[in-house]
Write a protein that binds this ligand. Structure first.
Ligand code: ACO
Length: 373
């Protein structure tokens, strides 16, 4: 092939529309993230993560009767699967929680006799199980890290409150739970991001839901994607004072490092989810009296903007918010995963409804016609 005939390579698939979706979009003129027609930030003020799962999976917000039936199904699946509990007890407490969560979801698939079935109803039942089990797994991991046994879920509580209960045997104030629920809703869905696209690629081969979610968790782990919320907190811990922020940022940029929690492939004028999450962070700061952390947060934000005109993404306010809520830093990305499973499932269902195997091409740059030695 001559150079004139070389096809265009879209490195990183930048700017490529790989399919259509009715799950979510970003309204460019208003820079608003929309879930099935509703602004995500407005949904986060009023609804629970269960409402959002229903909206993303079924297309509409539930009626009161639909919500009751849905939450009953979720709560019936709350109890940590014994196969996962037994396996988790054999693992080293310092294993990264994303590795534990990924394997736990794989175990859930391996122990579910319905795993090979791909029909919509069975997939929704599996998805409901995952929505209930993933917080139980993440809470059990948080406790395992401190040599504490899992706390059974309370079927009288919703997912957000229950998560605190299972982690700490304690439920914080209503504003604190609301701030957490806000983070779950803002993390729930975001178009063809790397982990969602991974789930769609796996689904496009006609593999099962558990395989798609296991793969998506792997994609989310990296620091350029979900892993950034943990990295943000490690960065804020390294910066002793607001005055130290500019120097720290300058030196990191000189070393050609990425500043975690800043920049975004899709948003070039700021991540639309940041204002709502920053409001939630301020609620948490007020509850915990952690104004020093907020001062460092703002100093880093200013320094990164001054140095590189980069704006924060959702992970920047989410990291310190989770820290102040009392979660161990390595479970921040698993928390992201237990929220994003709602979006992943919506995309798995959408991919299956009108499937085409996802199989792009690559321009070959290796040697041709080598004689065998
Ligand atoms: N720190 C330093 N420089 C950055 C950053 C950053 N966080 N983000 C982008 N840049 C720079 C790049 O170095 C590059 O500069 P150059 O042109 O001088 O080489 C330029 O901006 C463009 O970078 P790309 O990687 O091409 O931009 P892309 O749109 O692909 O990047 C990404 C998006 C990967 C998220 C990037 O902004 C990044 O690495 N951010 C840090 C990790 C992060 O916060 N990830 C979370 C994403 S949001 C989420 O998962 C909820």
């Amino acid at each position: 092939m001559t150079s004139e005939q070389s096809p265009t390579v879209h490195k990183g698939l930048v700017g490529v529309y790989a399919d259509t979706t009715a799950v979510s979009t970003i309204d460019e003129p208003t820079n608003t993230l929309i879930y099935r027609g509703y602004p995500a930030a407005q949904l986060a003020e009023r609804y629970s993560i269960e409402h959002i799962a229903y909206l993303l999976w079924y297309g509409d917000l539930p009626t009161a009767a639909e919500f009751d039936a849905f939450t009953s199904r979720i709560r019936a699946a709350y109890r940590l699967d014994p196969a996962v509990a037994d396996w988790l007890a054999t693992t080293r407490p310092d294993t990264h929680p994303m590795d534990l969560l990924r394997t736990a979801v794989s175990i859930l698939g391996a122990t579910d006799s319905s795993t090979p079935q791909l029909d919509r109803d069975t997939t929704l039942a599996q998805a409901t199980r995952l929505l209930a089990q993933m917080p139980a797994v993440v809470a059990a991991i948080q406790r395992h890290r401190h040599a504490q046994p899992p706390i059974p879920a309370d079927p009288g509580l919703g997912i957000a409150e229950n998560f605190f209960h299972m982690c700490f045997d304690d439920i914080p104030s209503e504003p604190m739970v609301r701030a957490f629920e806000t983070s779950l809703i803002l993390y729930a869905e975001h178009g063809f991001n790397a982990s969602t696209f991974t789930a769609r690629v796996v689904t496009s081969t006609l593999a099962d839901l558990y395989s798609a979610i296991t793969a998506a968790i792997g994609a989310l782990k990296g620091p350029l994607h979900g892993g950034a919320n943990e990295a943000v907190m490690y960065m804020l811990q390294q910066i002793d004072s607001p005055e130290a922020a500019a120097d720290w940022v300058r030196r990191a940029l000189e070393r050609k490092e990425r500043i975690m929690g800043f920049g975004h492939r899709v948003y070039k004028h700021g991540d639309s989810r940041v204002p709502a999450m920053e409001k939630a962070l301020k609620t948490v700061v007020a509850e915990r009296g952690a104004t020093d952390l907020l001062a460092r947060y703002h100093a880093v934000q200013d320094a990164v903007y001054q140095a590189k005109q980069l704006l924060p993404n959702l992970d920047f306010p989410a990291g310190p918010a989770y820290y102040l809520m009392g979660f161990d830093i390595p479970i921040f990305t698993p928390i992201f995963a237990m929220a994003r499973v709602t979006g992943w499932v919506a995309h798995v269902l959408e991919q299956r409804a009108d499937n085409a195997l996802i199989r792009p091409l690559a321009v070959y740059t290796g040697p041709t016609s080598r004689p065998l030695p």
